[in-house]
Design a protein around this ligand. Sequence first.
Ligand code: HEC
Length: 130
Amino acid sequence: MSRQFRVALGCIFVLSLVVFAQSGAGEQSAVKQSFMRAKLLHSQNVLEAITLEDYAGIAKHAEQLRLLSFDEDWQVLHTEEYARLSADFRRSAAGLANAGKSQNLDAAVLAYFQMTHNCVDCHRYMRQSK
Ligand code: HEC
């Protein structure tokens, strides 16, 4: 094994540790992690649908996001603040679904922005409450 190769392997190892620690994967089950990641997939799908002016796609993925928030796996904390942040998220997702159904692209962009803000707010709260 060449020296460069060993150094590169070492770097990859350290990087993967950092990513692992950041994702909090050590504390979560794989099932829970894939549940959380599903939010990211659906919101990427919504963005794609918005950019393609695919109203049915906007409504569909927004509705899936809204439904995720009722899932048992969503209820990580049982605090009033977590419930409030979840309700805010649900409202934005519902607004997004409605914008899709009523074929209103500007309303969809606005609701997407609000929903993304709700993602960030809750994650910030999670980091603070650790
Ligand atoms: C009401 C709270 C809440 C909202 C809103 C929320 N999340 Fe999360 N999210 C969590 C919790 C709890 C975790 C688990 C990690 C933790 O404990 O911090 C998480 C984790 C994640 C992860 C990391 C999964 C992994 O690989 O470990 C992703 C990605 C994610 N959320 C995406 C989103 C996206 C995208 C949105 C908005 C469309 C969103 N979340 C909205 C609470 C929320």
